[in-house]
Design a protein around this ligand. Structure first.
Ligand code: TYM
Length: 330
């Protein structure tokens, strides 16, 4: 087994990706190419656990792939692939389902939150974290770059891996979640007490990576702040704290530097400048995205290449799982 660190993360192809996904996760995937070879999985099999439109899912799977490459994932230094193209994922999930308890799954906060939003709560939504554990463990992953909301799922993955190793012999490496120092939880711009999300947030408060510049400026200009005047991070200033974090990431400066730079300035000026900074941050990504979308054959070629790499990388672990569990394969 190679000694380079193994990096794995997943992203759903539902909805259009938002600034929270970009800051909390995609940026980290790109940066991780300096530390190792990241496997980044577009998790379409996770997205079917809630009501969805098949045509939209098909389209957004390609769209997210293009976005990942546009953000800077290099097909030579990373493996970007679609979950359903690698059948080891659902197979491993079935096997791991036997070492995951009902009680563990019932405690998952993402399940509780999502179940509350559904008319029909599928069994797939309940067992979703088992598939996530399979994703991660199949690649002997060391590091999982994620946003704060996925912390519990990676903790469960470690517990499941430890249980499997204890019952059937050492099979999996134990993965560790890593979070960005700033921006692990980007909040809704209109309701800064809740996280930015295309499924659970407000339309005006969710800044999409592909929003045109005018929409970006408008959403930031109308971001909800408090009635004070100081541009400082504080638990009772959720809106301003969020904007400081966004500005910090967009300009690559420490949050403290943003606070001193805007000391004495009004909220209006600050929000306007955050708008400009985010436009500059996303503009090159949007441009590359458009280029990639105009060459669908090339995009499909890159995804097929990713699937091939991912199949080869995951096959030995799946085989070991079957064998250790005593499941006879021909
Ligand atoms: P998903 O598609 O909801 O989100 C993708 C990534 O974006 C992060 N994120 C955020 N970060 C900061 N602020 C926010 N407001 C925000 N919203 C989302 C998420 O933490 C995530 O890192 N279950 C996962 C997908 C998944 C996965 C995996 C992740 C499937 N298998 C294996 C890691 C490893 C999900 O639904 O992410």
């Amino acid at each position: 087994m190679s000694t380079t660190i193994r990096i794995f993360s997943g992203i759903q192809p539902t909805g259009v990706k938002h600034l929270g996904n970009y800051i909390g996760a995609i940026r980290q995937y790109v940066a991780s190419q300096d530390d190792g070879h990241p496997f980044i999985c577009i998790v379409d099999l996770h997205s079917i656990t809630v009501a969805h439109d098949p045509a939209e899912l098909r389209e957004s799977t390609l769209s997210v792939a293009a976005l990942l490459f546009a953000a800077g994932l290099d097909p030579e230094r990373s493996t970007v692939f679609v979950q359903s193209h690698v059948s080891a994922h659902p197979e491993a999930a079935w096997l791991l389902g036997s070492v995951t308890s009902f009680g563990e799954l019932r405690r998952m906060t993402q399940f509780k939150e999502k179940a509350d939003q559904q008319e029909f709560v599928s069994a797939g939504l309940f067992t979703y974290p088992v598939l996530q554990a399979a994703d991660i463990l199949l690649y002997q992953t060391d590091v999982v770059p994620i946003g704060e909301d996925q912390r519990q799922h990676v903790e469960l993955t470690r517990d499941v891996a430890e249980r499997f190793n204890a019952r059937y012999g050492e099979t999996f490496r134990l993965p560790r979640a890593v979070f960005p120092e700033v921006g692990a939880r980007i909040m809704d711009l209109q309701e800064p007490e809740r996280k930015m999300s295309t499924t659970g947030g407000t339309a005006q408060g969710t800044l999409l990576v592909l929003d045109p510049p005018e929409a970006i400026r408008k959403k930031l200009r109308s971001a909800v702040t408090d009635s004070g005047r100081d541009i400082v991070r504080s638990p009772d200033k959720a809106g301003i704290t969020n904007l400081i974090e966004i500005m910090s990431v967009a300009t690559d400066k420490e949050p403290e530097a943003i606070e001193s730079r805007y000391d004495g300035e009004g909220y209006g000026t600050f929000k306007q400048e955050v708008g400009e900074a985010v436009v500059s941050l996303l503009e090159p990504v949007q441009r590359r995205y458009e280029e990639l979308r105009s060459d669908e054959a090339e995009l499909r070629r890159l995804i097929a290449l990713g699937a091939e790499n991912a199949r080869a990388a995951s096959a030995p672990t799946l085989e070991a799982m079957y064998e250790r569990m005593g499941v006879a394969k021909p």
